[in-house]
Write a protein that binds this ligand. Structure first.
Ligand code: AMP
Ligand code: GLY
Length: 434
C-alpha cells in the first residue's frame, strides 16, 4: 500500500456537506460514508435515504448566503455540489471567496452546461465533432431558416431547462410549434434558439473527474431517458442505466479524449479558467466515432447511482486530491463487475403524479455488498417514508453479468410492491435482451 504525500495530511475527522436531494446525492453520500476519514455528513436538503447516513439540513440549494452561514457555523471541511443549478449560478466562486473547500466547477466553466451556445461555439473554434448547427435570436429569422431546413431537426432552448427544452421535430409544422413555444417563454426568457442536425447513432454517457490539470476517466454508462419500454414516449430525467456502456473501447476512448475533452479544456483555459469537478460528456456514437451532444457539469442521474457502487477507492481521497490539484497522485480503482440501475417512479411521471404517498415494505428489500437502494424524491416523517417526487427510488445491482443484475433488481422491486409506482422492465435491453 502506497501512502501519497497529500493523503497523510488529510484530516481524519472530516465534516462533509453534500448539496442536492436526488438519487445522485444519495449515491455520493453513500460513497462518502464508506470513507474512514469522515466524522459527519450533512445533506442540503437531502432525502429520506440520506437521512440515514447523516443529517438533512433544510436549506434551499440556491440560497448561497444561508449555505455559507451553515458551513461556517458547523466548521464543514468540504462541500460537494451535486446538481447543475447552483454550479451554473456560481456557488463555487461564492464559497471559494470565503476560503471554503468546494468540489465542483466555477461559474465560467459551468457555462458548458448553462449555455448550449457557449459549448457550440467552443466546438466550432476548436474543431470538436458535434452536429451542424445554426443560432437565431428571434422568431422571424428562425422561421425563415425553417423553410429550407431538412427534417428531422433538433431544436433547443439555450438555457437550463431541466432536460426539457429539447425538441426532435419530424416536420416543419412541429418545428414552427417548437419555435413558438421557446420564444413564447415556455422554458424561461429565450434570447437564443439553437437548430441542430439530427444525429443517428447510439448515445453514451462518458464521465471524467478533473482537478484543473489532471483528468481521469470516471466511468461510462448508457441512460434510458424515455418513459416507455423500448425507448418510447416522453423524455424523463432518466428511467435507468447500465454501466459500463456497451459502446466503449480503447480506440473510442482515445478519440473522446483527443477530439472532444482535451480541446474543450483548452478552450476553457484560453478563456482563463480551469475545470475542477465531474464532467459528464453526453455523446452520440456513430460508427465508432464520437460526436458531442452536450456537456453536463456534474455526474449524471441515474448514471451516478449506477457507477459509484463500482468504485473501490476512497472517494474522499479523490475529492481532496482534486482540491489540492494532486489528482495525478491517486489511483482510481474500479470493480470489474457490471452494474444496472432501475428507477422506480410515481404513477403519472413525467407528467402529473401524486405527492406524499407512503411507501411501505422497505424491510422486505434485500441489500448487501452488491445490491443497493438509493432514494430520490422521498422524505421521512415519523419514521415513515413518503414519495414526493416523480423519480422516487433507485435500485442498483452489481454482478458478473447484466442479466443477473436486472433479475436481482426485479426481485427487490417485486418485494417492495409499491402499487403507486412503475418502472421500466427493459433497462439494459441492448446488453440483455439482444
Ligand atoms: P440534450 O438536453 O442536449 O442532451 O438533449 C436531450 C436528448 O435529445 C439527448 O439525450 C438526445 O437523445 C437527443 N438529442 C439532442 N441533440 C441531438 C442531436 N443533435 N441528434 C440526435 N438526438 C439529439
Ligand atoms: N441522465 C441524464 C442526466 O443526468 O442529465
Amino acid at each position: 500500500l502506497i501512502y501519497f504525500s497529500f493523503i497523510r495530511y488529510i484530516n481524519i475527522n472530516m465534516k462533509i456537506a453534500i448539496l442536492g436531494s436526488g438519487g445522485r446525492e444519495h449515491a455520493i453520500a453513500f460513497s462518502v460514508s464508506k470513507s474512514k476519514k469522515i466524522k459527519q455528513i450533512y445533506c442540503i436538503p437531502g432525502n429520506a435515504g440520506t437521512n440515514e447516513l447523516g443529517e438533512n439540513i433544510n436549506i434551499e440549494i440556491n440560497d448561497f448566503k444561508k449555505i455559507h452561514d451553515f458551513i461556517i457555523d458547523k466548521r464543514i471541511d468540504l462541500v460537494i455540489v451535486g446538481p447543475e443549478d447552483p454550479l451554473v449560478n456560481g456557488i463555487v466562486d461564492y464559497l471559494e471567496k470565503f476560503k471554503i473547500q468546494v468540489f465542483g466547477p466555477n461559474k465560467t466553466a459551468s457555462r458548458l452546461e448553462g449555455s448550449k451556445i457557449f459549448t457550440k461555439n467552443i466546438c466550432k473554434n476548436y474543431n470538436i465533432p458535434t452536429s451542424r448547427f445554426e443560432i437565431f435570436e428571434n422568431r422571424e429569422d428562425s422561421k425563415k431558416f425553417l423553410k429550407n431546413a431538412d427534417h428531422p431537426l433538433v431544436i433547443k432552448a439555450d438555457n437550463l431547462a431541466a432536460g426539457k427544452g429539447v425538441y426532435i421535430c419530424k416536420n416543419i409544422r412541429e418545428s414552427n410549434l417548437a419555435v413558438e413555444e421557446i420564444f413564447g417563454g415556455k422554458f424561461g426568457v429565450a434570447k437564443n434558439i439553437l437548430f441542430e442536425e439530427f444525429l443517428q447513432g447510439e448515445e453514451m454517457s462518458f464521465f471524467i473527474i478533473s482537478d484543473g490539470s489532471t483528468i481521469k476517466k470516471f466511468g461510462t454508462a448508457q441512460d434510458h431517458k424515455r418513459v416507455g419500454e423500448g425507448d418510447t414516449g416522453k423524455n424523463t430525467g432518466g428511467m435507468g442505466a447500465y454501466s459500463p456502456s456497451r459502446l466503449i473501447n480503447d480506440n473510442l476512448e482515445k478519440k473522446i479524449f483527443n477530439k472532444i475533452i482535451h480541446p474543450t479544456l483548452k478552450g476553457l483555459s484560453d478563456l482563463g479558467t480551469k475545470y475542477k469537478g465531474f464532467l459528464y460528456v453526453g455523446l452520440m456514437i456513430v460508427n465508432n466515432e464520437p460526436y458531442l451532444i452536450e456537456y453536463n457539469v456534474r455526474m449524471g442521474d441515474p448514471e451516478c447511482q449506477t457507477i459509484l457502487p463500482l468504485l473501490n477507492s476512497d472517494i474522499v481521497d479523490i475529492f481532496i486530491a482534486c482540491l489540492k490539484e494532486k489528482l495525478h497522485e491517486v489511483q482510481i480503482e474500479w470493480s470489474n463487475k457490471k452494474s444496472v440501475c432501475v428507477v422506480l417512479c410515481s404513477e403519472g411521471y413525467p407528467e402529473t403524479y401524486q405527492k406524499n404517498i407512503e411507501i411501505k415494505n422497505f424491510d422486505k428489500i434485500k441489500l448487501d455488498d452488491n445490491n443497493f437502494l438509493f432514494h430520490a424524491g422521498t422524505r421521512i416523517n415519523d419514521n415513515k417514508v413518503f414519495a414526493i417526487g416523480g423519480r422516487v427510488l433507485n435500485f442498483i445491482s452489481l454482478s458478473e453479468d447484466f442479466t443477473a443484475c436486472r433479475k436481482n433488481i426485479h426481485n427487490n422491486l417485486n418485494k417492495l410492491n409499491w402499487d403507486k409506482g412503475f418502472f421500466r422492465k427493459d433497462i439494459g435491453f441492448k446488453v440483455i435482451d439482444k
